[in-house]
Design a protein. Structure first.
Length: 262
């Protein structure tokens, strides 16, 4: 495995851009919008790549190269000297070493969702959303970003700086009786696609706040020409229900996803 410098990322992105399993969080690293590392098999004529975001989301793509995959297997399952506390590996297309029964316990299933034409029409018809007087909607700016970090812990999860989180993540927050209760934002943006992340504080769930911030975020995407995408574990019942209730539909079948802790 050869670690690339950022000057070589465009070559990797050119291949990844055409990949059918395109994730904005991975593309964000290749576009130098977010931090991470990129490895390849050959510096002069690369065939296969491994990209890892600092938060741990990772993906393998390109033509299979056995020595590279052998090194990657050792890196992931034996040395485990990766950046984060765990690697979260997207594998819609995966190397053969991941098919070994010994790694099956690390595998779960995730589902990719895209907004349906019906969902698009629903967003267009939203008009002015009405919500209880106990709920206030705020954008995030320099005056409240520390408060948002304190309640949700997401400001630096994917983006380099608070400024990037505000300007590129476009977060929408619902306050319930003055307390930050739900947030929806873009965890990454690439090729006009915004990877949705949404979280509701447990004490304020089942109040419709998650749905409200998602709807407002979708309106924002529509006004800026962004395409929202959603990805979640199939056993995350709340997230699966929320995305479908806001107009998202499955994009293909669930795919294997490996979580590898140090």
């Amino acid at each position: 495995m050869i670690k690339l410098t950022s000057s070589h990322y465009p070559q990797a992105y050119e291949l990844y851009y055409q990949h059918k399993a395109f994730f904005p969080i991975i593309a964000g690293v290749l576009l130098c919008e977010q931090d991470g590392v990129v490895y390849t098999d050959n510096l002069a004529v690369p065939s296969q790549f491994y990209v890892e975001h600092t938060f741990g989301f990772a993906q393998i793509f390109g033509l299979p190269v056995f020595p590279f995959e052998a090194d990657l297997r050792d890196y992931l399952f034996y040395r485990r000297d990766f950046l984060s506390s765990k690697v979260r590996l997207y594998t819609p297309n995966h190397p053969s070493f991941l098919e070994s029964p010994e790694w099956e316990r690390l595998c779960s299933k995730r589902q990719r969702f895209t907004l349906s034409p019906f969902g698009d029409m629903r967003v267009e018809k939203l008009g002015g959303l009405h919500f209880p007087q106990t709920v206030e909607i705020e954008d995030v700016d320099s005056s409240n970003v520390e408060l948002i970090q304190k309640h949700f812990g997401v400001v630096s999860r994917f983006w380099r700086t608070a400024g990037d989180f505000i300007s590129k993540g476009k977060p929408v927050v619902a306050f319930f009786k003055g307390i930050p209760a739900a947030i929806c934002y873009a965890a990454a943006v690439a090729d006009d696609q915004a990877e949705i992340d949404v979280f509701t504080v447990p004490d304020y769930r089942c109040l419709g706040l998650g749905r409200l911030v998602v709807q407002l975020f979708l309106k924002q995407c529509q006004s800026t020409g962004m395409i929202p995408v959603w990805d979640c574990f199939i056993n995350n019942v709340g997230s699966m229900a929320l995305c479908q209730s806001t107009g998202f539909v499955p994009a293909g079948a669930p795919y294997p996803f490996f979580t590898i802790a140090k």
